[in-house]
Design a protein around this ligand. Structure first.
Ligand SMILES: Cc1cc2nc3c(=O)[nH]c(=O)nc-3n(C[C@H](O)[C@H](O)[C@H](O)COP(=O)(O)O)c2cc1C
Length: 193
């Protein structure tokens, strides 16, 4: 039996039906057009403690905090496609997104200290980064991109595409953008290949 491409998505915006969520929904529709399913983690409503830098994962590559990250660790390991969607907050990723990323320090230990990167399946591992910022300052995108790049590298996603939109502030403003939702849909379609 052949297994389908497995895609997971992280929604880092607290705003329900906000710009980031609309972008993510379009990308998901693009993936679903190929008959694939996407499991979405709405980070804002999950119980995820911030990394304590306790060293608990140094020798094992396993975090000792028991919360909703346990499911995320499991899903990241077996995912072929990973979408990270975040608004720009204070020139970077949202706190909800960053807390989840910091907890991936256990993957960093596993990959770089224990020399055991996540092995990719037959579909490879690819990422998609979706960003929406209210201001028109590139620095927010650059900082968010740098952190997301470190995240993808740490969880052994060697390539990712970024779609970022600036000047998108009011709730639903992304709907007025001429190309954003179409581009997100197409990025989703490509991710399913
Ligand atoms: C706490 C906070 C900080 C923000 N900081 C920035 C910023 O540094 N740069 C920027 O472009 N927009 C900033 N914004 C605006 C949001 O990025 C913008 O409203 C975005 O569309 C929100 O996406 P959402 O609807 O998915 O939540 C900030 C908004 C909030 C609430």
């Amino acid at each position: 039996m052949t297994t389908a491409i497995k895609t997971i998505a992280f929604l880092g915006s607290p705003r329900k039906d906000g710009n980031t969520e609309l972008l993510l929904q379009s990308a998901i529709r693009g993936i679903e057009a190929s008959g694939l399913q996407v499991k979405t983690f709405r980070l804002n409503i999950m119980n995820i403690q911030p990394c304590q830098n306790c060293g608990g994962c140094d020798e094992t590559g396993e975090c000792i905090i028991k919360d909703d990250m346990e499911e995320i660790y499991h899903e990241i390991r077996s995912a072929d496609r990973i979408i990270l969607a975040s608004p720009i907050f204070f020139f970077s990723l949202s706190a909800q997104t960053k807390i989840m990323i910091d907890r991936c320090q256990s993957f960093w230990c596993e990959k770089y200290l224990l020399r055991k990167p996540i092995i990719e399946g037959k579909y490879g591992r690819k990422g998609l980064l979706l960003l929406a910022g209210g201001m028109k300052k590139e620095i927010g995108i650059q900082c968010a991109e740098a952190t997301a790049k470190a995240f993808f590298r740490t969880i052994s996603v060697p390539e990712h595409r970024t779609l970022s939109y600036l000047g998108i502030d009011a709730k639903g403003a992304i709907l007025e953008h001429p190309d954003a939702l179409k581009e997100a849909f197409e990025a989703g379609e490509k991710l399913a290949l």
